[in-house]
Design a protein around this ligand. Structure first.
Ligand code: C2E
Ligand code: MG
Ligand code: MG
Ligand code: MG
Length: 287
């Protein structure tokens, strides 16, 4: 009867909900212990110039849980944001990234992703400053990647924090550009240096697709504004050729390298005895 169907349907639905909620709680609990148990690691993916020479690496956090296996940061970062774990995790990634970058030749830079949630406490700037001081990394060699979300906030606190970060001498990047809100006003309002075109546009950008039109438009907009334009998710030679023609400055993707364990970065760099790194990235020495 309809009644029993309804009841069993509801029951099934509840069970699904419950198992999702329980799963989430188990993940939260595991994540809370992941750092101290040494389950969190950082991989590094190179960015290259128009000639294919390395310029920098992006730090990408990894979690390998004995209970759940490898979990994507796309899954656990949002959980870490909700539970507050994002703060110690970011501190860990920042410290690892700065320390490793000090071992690279040619003053290569390192990029660290910052989640919007970090802008709600006033600690961010102090944390970045501490990571720089502890490692001895020159500030111009650190890039901080922000998502559009934080830039949309009509939140003066966020603007102030970005200006304070900028005053440390680090470079600021907008990540995944084009996937958030489409207002462009903040590109001028915020002290940005780098614009990363989201890989969802790059992936389908055969020369006459609509994504190609978007990539060209985003790239010229970025360049007009004096920003360094980075294309992420470059997987094929054809994509790289197109993106270079579109005017992108830097490139990141499986075509050049997958994200590498820290120990493999120096080995990978040996293929490039001279890097594309150029002093113009450096800021004038602080007064
Ligand atoms: P993202 O910052 O946009 O990083 C680029 C993502 O694209 C990485 O995924 C990278 O592994 C992947 N990728 C690189 N090249 C290619 C390619 O050629 N093709 C394709 N299909 N994908 C490519 P990953 O490592 O899974 O990270 C996902 C996202 O998680 C990152 O996106 C970033 O938003 C976030 N994330 C990673 N590490 C951190 C972190 O330390 N802190 C914060 N707050 N977020 C992080
Ligand atoms: Mg990023
Ligand atoms: Mg990105
Ligand atoms: Mg992305």
């Amino acid at each position: 009867s309809a009644k029993s169907r309804g009841r069993s349907g509801l029951c099934f639905y509840n069970r699904l909900l419950n198992s999702a909620a329980v799963e989430r709680l188990r993940l939260e609990a595991a994540l809370r212990r992941a750092l101290e148990r040494g389950e969190i690691d950082v991989h590094f993916q190179p960015k290259v110039d128009r000639a294919g020479r390395p310029l920098s690496f992006e730090a990408l956090v990894r979690w390998h849980s004995p209970e759940f296996g490898a979990i994507s940061p796309a899954v656990f970062i949002p959980i870490a944001e909700d539970t507050g774990q994002i703060e110690p995790i970011t501190e860990f990634v920042l410290a690892r990234a700065c320390r490793l970058a000090c071992t690279w030749p040619h003053e290569l830079a390192v990029a660290v992703n910052l989640s919007p949630r970090l802008f709600y406490s006033g600690e961010l700037c102090r944390r970045v400053e501490r990571a720089l001081a502890t490692s001895g990394l020159a500030p111009h060699r650190l890039e901080l990647e922000l998502t559009e979300g934080i830039l949309m906030e009509k939140n003066m606190k966020a603007v102030e924090q970005l200006q304070a970060l900028k005053a440390l001498g680090v470079r600021l990047a907008v990540d995944d550009f084009g996937t958030g809100y489409s207002s462009l006003a903040y590109l001028r309002r915020f002290p940005l240096d780098i614009l990363k075109v989201d890989k969802s546009f790059v992936g389908n950008s055969t020369p006459d697709s609509s994504d190609a039109i978007l990539v060209r438009a985003i790239t010229s907009l970025g360049r007009e504004l004096g920003l360094t334009v980075v294309a992420e998710g470059v997987e094929t030679r054809a994509q790289w050729d197109f993106l270079r023609q579109a005017g992108c400055d830097e490139f990141q993707g499986y075509l050049f390298a997958r994200p590498l364990p820290a120990e493999q970065t120096l080995e990978w760099l040996k293929q490039y005895p001279d890097s594309g790194y150029q002093a113009p990235h450096a800021l004038p020495r602080a007064l």
